[in-house]
Design a protein around this ligand. Sequence first.
Ligand code: ATP
Length: 238
Amino acid sequence: ATKTTLLEVKNLKVAYGGIQAVKGVSFEVREGELVSLIGANGAGKTTTLKAVTGIQPVADGDILYLGQSIKGRGAWDLVKQGLVMVPEGRGTFTRMTITENLQMGAYIRNDKEVDSDIERIFGIFPRLKERRNQLAGTMSGGEQQMLAMGRALMTRPKVLLLDEPSMGLSPIMVDKIFEVVNDIHGQGVTVLLVEQNASRALQLANRGYVMESGEVTMTGDGQALLNDPKVRAAYLGE
Ligand code: ATP
């Protein structure tokens, strides 16, 4: 049986003033998949995610989530429906502690399992547990990335959108972050991963899309893209 399509982006166009940043992009993410969106700096990956999550207005095209158009819906509304983004630059609450940041992630929920979910997040990221009372703003880039991912997981997402989670991190931290992304996917969360680190992103992906200058230029299985000579030449330094 074919899997349900959770997110479908159809002919999406986004402009900043007169500049077309996204020029008719289409892709889909099916239930249980990890889909990677790769491409160089300025290809339009972040803009695409911002349009999906209602942060950037859509000029044309449509975005369907669970079969319904979500065009023009706000980020908050989408979080309540399980579509959650971890932004580039992380966006943690810098003047709150780690534990408080995680509690904020559960703000939309009214169940009683918040504490046990925090323990689960601490299990994924022991570093956050060690630093639970530290202010988020004083943590390293990698720690803030962990916190942003932990806070997103506190919402119990159906689909997690990750914008360049490895950006600016040390090699060890990059390893850790990709390991966690893989684990989160393994636990049943559907993931759309935007990355400049094409090699790592495609290794984890069921499927991938390559973006260039605001358009999708290639798509296929993660492994097939990883082995594609054009992808290797353009994105894997060969
Ligand atoms: P990166 O990996 O560097 O984040 P990206 O693929 O995510 O790249 P975008 O950030 O989506 O690319 O940028 C796409 C294009 O839109 C770029 O040419 C960028 O300069 C432009 N752009 C992005 N944000 C704005 C903005 N707020 N105002 C004007 N132009 C913008």
